[in-house]
Design a protein around this ligand. Structure first.
Ligand SMILES: NC(=O)c1ccc[n+]([C@@H]2O[C@H](COP(=O)([O-])OP(=O)(O)OC[C@H]3O[C@@H](n4cnc5c(N)ncnc54)[C@H](OP(=O)(O)O)[C@@H]3O)[C@@H](O)[C@H]2O)c1
Length: 307
């Protein structure tokens, strides 16, 4: 049992390491970029909006002129954008130590779809990252001791949100429930992470996969969640972004992990606090469910993973 809080002081030098962080212009992705660049990492920031991405990059450079940052455009709600991104990434870089699948969209009040007509939370949070990771797998495999770190959420086990993979209506076409759609996408993040870690191990590949969740952290994510959450609860209950980013930083850098670890806060029912190992729901460890989701995801993204 750990008695000492895990903080950014626990992160060793990241000099020589290359990170790719999705959704790096805002919230947790932005904070993670700031911290890791101070530790000497080279970071490829991605943003769907290059202007927002540039403003974020400049803000970090202002604080830390030595930060090694590149910025690339990536819209995870568009498979063409993901494939173009991957082609450009392959032409520019030959290694990737850590892929941080952080981008997320939560609770649009009306049903929205991605460019390829998938419900936007399932399509972006899960399918977008599934495709991105598969396209970058060759570079990850060629980078010794590389890892993929995935941002999930406590809602994957919030019973009122009926967390499940709704195979009969993955895209919520029959009836749209924004909370259930978000919970499905965040459960899918965990099922994908654990299944990918298992498949990498079965194929004797030393890339590992870790997962994190930030509890409840004040960011732009809650913008769709109404006045109560986005203004009142955000200012009373939510933790600040510096502490909320620690679980994903730990998942991405802790050298004592072997794969499939899940880090999150442990205070106030995992809403707040410093990161420790936490347990995800029983459903997230269901291997049959993970295999079924994997098969559907390969079909929907038209990508077969090559190990
Ligand atoms: N904050 C929390 O309490 C909390 C709790 C549980 C889990 N999480 C997870 O943490 C992750 C980061 O969220 P956050 O709290 O930092 O929220 P945030 O401040 O809203 O950041 C989300 C990031 O994702 C980007 N994004 C959204 N849709 C995208 C798309 N189609 N393509 C590319 N990028 C896209 C956003 O870009 P724009 O700026 O252009 O919108 C932004 O950079 C998400 O996966 C979220 O589910 C957060």
């Amino acid at each position: 049992m750990e008695n000492v809080n895990w903080t950014t002081n626990n992160i060793p030098s990241q000099q020589g390491k290359t990170f790719l962080i999705t959704g790096a212009n805002s919230g947790l992705g932005f904070e993670a970029t700031k911290v890791l660049s101070k530790k000497g990492a080279h970071i490829i920031m991605t943003a769907r909006n290059l202007q927002k991405g540039n403003e974020a990059l400049e803000a970090i450079k202002k604080e830390n002129p030595n930060a090694k940052l590149d910025l690339m455009q990536l819209d995870l709600a568009d498979f063409y954008s993901i494939r173009n991104f991957s082609n450009e990434f392959h032409s520019k870089y030959s290694k990737l130590d850590v892929l941080v699948n952080n981008t997320g969209v939560m609770n649009p009040p009306k049903r929205e779809v991605t460019k390829q007509h998938f419900q936007v939370q399932f399509g972006t949070n899960h399918l977008g990252h599934f495709l991105l990771t598969g396209l970058l797998l060759d570079i990850l495999k060629n980078t010794p001791n590389s890892r993929v770190s995935v941002q999930s959420s406590i809602v994957h086990k919030t019973e009122s949100m009926k967390p499940d993979i709704h195979f009969d209506d993955l895209n919520f076409e029959k009836s749209y429930n924004r909370d259930q759609a978000y919970a499905q996408s965040k459960l899918a993040n965990l099922l994908f992470a654990y299944e990918l870690d298992r498949r990498l191990k079965t194929n004797n590949i030393n890339t590992i996969v870790t997962v994190a969740h930030p509890g409840y952290t004040k960011t732009n994510l809650q913008a769709n969640s109404g006045f109560l959450m986005s203004v009142i609860l955000n200012n009373i209950l939510a933790q600040n972004v510096k502490i909320g980013t620690l679980p994903i930083l730990r998942a991405a850098t802790d050298e004592n992990v072997k794969g499939s670890e899940y880090f999150g806060p442990t205070k106030m029912m995992e809403l707040k606090g410093y990161p420790k190992l936490v347990k995800s729901s029983d459903k997230s460890y269901d291997k049959d469910l993970a295999k079924k989701l994997w098969k559907v995801s390969e079909k929907l993204t038209n990508l077969t993973y090559e190990f």
